[in-house]
Ligand binder design. Sequence first.
Ligand code: SF4
Ligand code: SF4
Length: 502
Amino acid sequence: MSALFPFHGGLKTVRHKTESNQTPIQAGILPPRLTVPLRQHIGAIAKPLVQPGDRVLKGQMIGQPDGYISAAIHAPTSGVVSAVDQQPVPHPSGLSDLCVTIESDGEDRWIDREPVDYHRLHPSELRQTIRNAGVVGLGGAGFPSAVKLNLAGRSEPLATLMLNGAECEPWITCDDRLMRERAAEIVAGLQIMAHLLGPAEVLIGIEDDKPEAIAAMTAACAGTSYEVRPVPTRYPSGSVKQLVKLLTGRETPVDGLPVDVGVQCFNVATAYTVYRAIHCGEPVISRVVTVTGQVHRPGNLEVLIGTPFAELIKQCGGYRDGVERLIMGGPMMGFALHSDEAPVTKAANCLLAAGPAELAAELPVLPCIRCGACMDVCPANLLPQQLYWHARAKEFDQARDCHLFSCIECGCCSHVCPSHIPLVQYYRYAKNEIWAQEKEKQRAEQARQRHQARMERLEREKQEREAKLRQKAPVRTEVVPHLDPLISVPSPTKGEGSGQVG
Ligand code: SF4
Ligand code: SF4
């Protein structure tokens, strides 16, 4: 067995996997209406390609990527577009965003799907196909995968392509079920990624509490050089930098990326969507979601993007008594939804109906006693109490200097704090404030540039007008005074240019 390299900090959490991982993935129902956000990824929002009244087919592109870091969005079923407008989306802010609403026609009619022989494509065409299929990181990050699959400009070849099947959040099991049931397809997607990146080695990290997934993935990798490496069950081993450390021993720089140390990492579900995009000609229009907690039949559903969360709850037998909060993404790193009418997005890996048993009791917040427990568990090697002081005092520059943006919001520090300080809430607040200030600065700078451009344009137009006037003006003939001594020239009158002051 290859050596593992433990990361600093982390926690042993109480596992709740068996609540949802005992039954196969079920197909989700086709809802009558789907609300598809045009921003389900990191980067620029997709540009809408449809308008109300348009008929669409399942898999048709309805939003095109706007710029390099952006992603395509597709119709999850066939039907008629009823709106392109602001709708509530799953986001901690509870704010709305631009969405395409589709009334399903019940036929679920596909576009023509064309599988691709990727060996025949130029790498740039293959990346473009993946980009057009709307493939983004399905582990929660939502970063456009085509961008990560392009290492042009790097002088060093890639050392390690890593597949993340750790799934360390205590309640989530969608990747576990996907690996058990569709390991061959995941490995086929991984082969396409390896074809593009040409790594020296391919490693697959899976927490050792998933023996069935480890066995299935090991069997699917037979005949390849890919290596499945079980890692100890310790939260947050599924966080990218921590998994890189565990499997390779390499430390990603505090403000850097794994690729800086020669590693590119993708989630297992992302590899699965790459497989579907290339071998089946299908864009990303669905995903597997764990529905767990206080519902009657917890499990994993493969649902269309845009399905309201309420439909998932219904399919899992409805709420049990005592649900206090609906959390998207698990109790450690997830966030509370404002409504169960919000739609499933590409990043939605888990829906937890949380009652008192799933939520930490809200205890009174006490002053920080500088015990250092938060520092001991921080997997990012930060100083959480210092970050807390700066965030609380609104000293955002200092918080930044303490690497606020390297905080992965894992919640380990809050979990162990004896003073029950909601530390992660302070970090999120500080990050949001800094982003808002930066946006404001950008807006002010854009306004300044617009004003300057306008003044320059006005000045240019003025000069052009004056030049035209000069061209149009009649040529004036200079009158040479007749110096006939017999004609007397009148002398200037007083006050009319005589030079005398009256
Ligand atoms: S764990 Fe809590 S009390 Fe202890 S140093 Fe950190 S913030 Fe302060
Ligand atoms: S939430 Fe941030 S500061 Fe707290 S332990 Fe995790 S990475 Fe460290």
